[in-house]
Design a protein around this ligand. Structure first.
Ligand code: KET
Length: 398
């Protein structure tokens, strides 16, 4: 029956985690997946999240199906987090938000919606981008193309080339943009660049689709929502998928959302209805537990500031690790500029290491990173940063 079914080649990120787990070298270092590890190398259980969960469990009660679109308290808390409480788009009821199964679930529901209602539209993603973006949109039957983004020579953004490319793509195309902490490069658009990009998107009737998976890991919770709010302020219609996996360290609870900002309340109602239709046909409704924890953290007067402080400490620890890595590797490989480790933002840095060098790091030094040369800086700690930098230096020098 299944003789024709081909083997799965494995996911470039998740397959690596399996290999890492099977590695019995005690000094192994996991810089592959985008997960925040603490100074002890553990996935933190945030105090704010733990307390919220304890309260949710203590409250008890039945576990009914949630509505197709998710829990009302979760959805409105997400909207306030993204746009800021009282933003005009919220007062005007122009935002359609669903609670999704991770932000991945939201991204895919949005892709299915686009295929149904903009059947001719193609998607343009940054070169490079998170591998799964391409898979998800192609999985929805949409043609995926690249726009220039990362400048491998200068380590910044090829902004003029990016604008030029977006000038030429068909009107009505979907443009996928990382709202902050670009994955995999760690190179973000500046505010000035967003302010130049947004009028172009509007003028050319392009449909922006923001991915906000690392809110709070760049410059701050509100700061990292700059692109979301600037697009909303400009009166644009757009998608934004956001995640709590990283910002609340609740990866396996699969908490995220998809919001669509629409021109008016009536369109928002219709868009919400069609997103519900998509969800119902796929997984019917989202899970209840994680979303209630997230909503509680966001809404509670004590837990909210506790969460913000915990997230700030995570963000700052990553910066400390960036400095440590930069310091050690600059000393070990003189004459080469590693300032990009300092300027890149969020969990990731693009090292410029080739796939062969990445293989050597894994095989000889038990240092794991994605073959594109991306490292998850949040996998470093004061116990492994020196050795990791030494290994990278040796591989670079070979
Ligand atoms: N968007 C981006 C940009 C992203 O990096 C991830 C996860 C997601 C969405 C999905 O997150 P969710 O948990 O579905 O809300 N990225 C890391 C893990 C993975 O590949 O799934 C990573 O890049 O390592």
């Amino acid at each position: 029956m299944f003789a024709h079914v081909e083997p799965f080649a494995g996911d470039p990120i998740l397959a690596l985690v399996e290999v890492f787990n099977a590695d019995d070298r005690p000094h192994k270092v996991n810089l592959s997946i985008g997960i925040y590890f603490d100074e002890q190398g553990h996935i933190p259980v945030m105090r704010s999240v733990q307390q919220a969960e304890a309260r949710v469990v203590a409250k008890g009660g039945p576990k009914p199906y949630l509505p197709i679109e998710g829990a009302a308290n979760f959805r409105s808390a997400v909207q306030r987090l993204l746009f800021g409480a009282g933003h005009r788009v919220l007062r005007d009821r122009r935002v359609a938000t669903i609670q999704s199964v991770g932000s991945s679930g939201g991204l895919k529901v949005g892709a299915d919606f686009i295929k149904r209602w903009f059947p001719q539209a193609e998607v343009w993603v940054s070169d490079p981008t998170w591998d799964n973006h391409r898979s998800m949109f192609e999985g929805a039957g949409i043609q995926v193309n690249n726009y220039p983004y990362y400048d491998a020579d200068g380590g910044g953004v090829r902004f003029a080339d990016m604008l030029e490319a977006l000038q030429r793509i068909p009107k009505g195309s979907v443009v996928l943009l990382h709202a902050c902490c670009h994955n995999p490069t760690g190179v973000d658009l500046s505010r000035t660049q967003w302010d130049q990009l947004i009028p172009l998107l509007k003028e050319r009737a392009l449909l922006p689709y923001l991915d906000l998976a690392y809110q709070g890991f760049g410059d701050g919770i509100d700061e990292d929502a700059y692109a979301v709010r600037a697009l909303a302020d400009a009166g644009a219609s757009f998608f934004v998928a956001n995640s709590f996996s990283k910002s609340m360290s609740v990866y396996g609870e699969r908490c995220g959302a998809l919001s669509v900002v629409c021109p008016d309340a009536r369109q928002a109602e219709h868009v919400l209805g069609q997103m519900k239709f998509t969800v119902r046909r796929n997984y019917s409704s989202p899970p209840i537990h994680g979303g209630q924890i997230v909503a509680h953290v966001l809404d509670d007067a004590d837990l909210r500031p506790m969460w913000e402080a915990e997230l700030a400490a995570m963000r700052e620890r990553i910066l400390v690790m960036r400095k440590a890595l930069h310091g050690v590797i600059s000393a070990k490989v003189p004459g080469r500029n590693f300032d990009y480790f300092l300027t890149q933002r969020g969990m990731f840095s693009y090292t410029g290491l080739s796939a062969l060098q990445v293989d050597r790091l894994r095989e000889q030094y038990a240092v794991y990173l994605v073959r594109s040369g991306r490292i998850c800086v949040a996998g470093l700690n004061s116990g492994n940063v020196e050795r990791t930098a030494q290994a990278m230096a040796e591989v670079l020098a070979a």
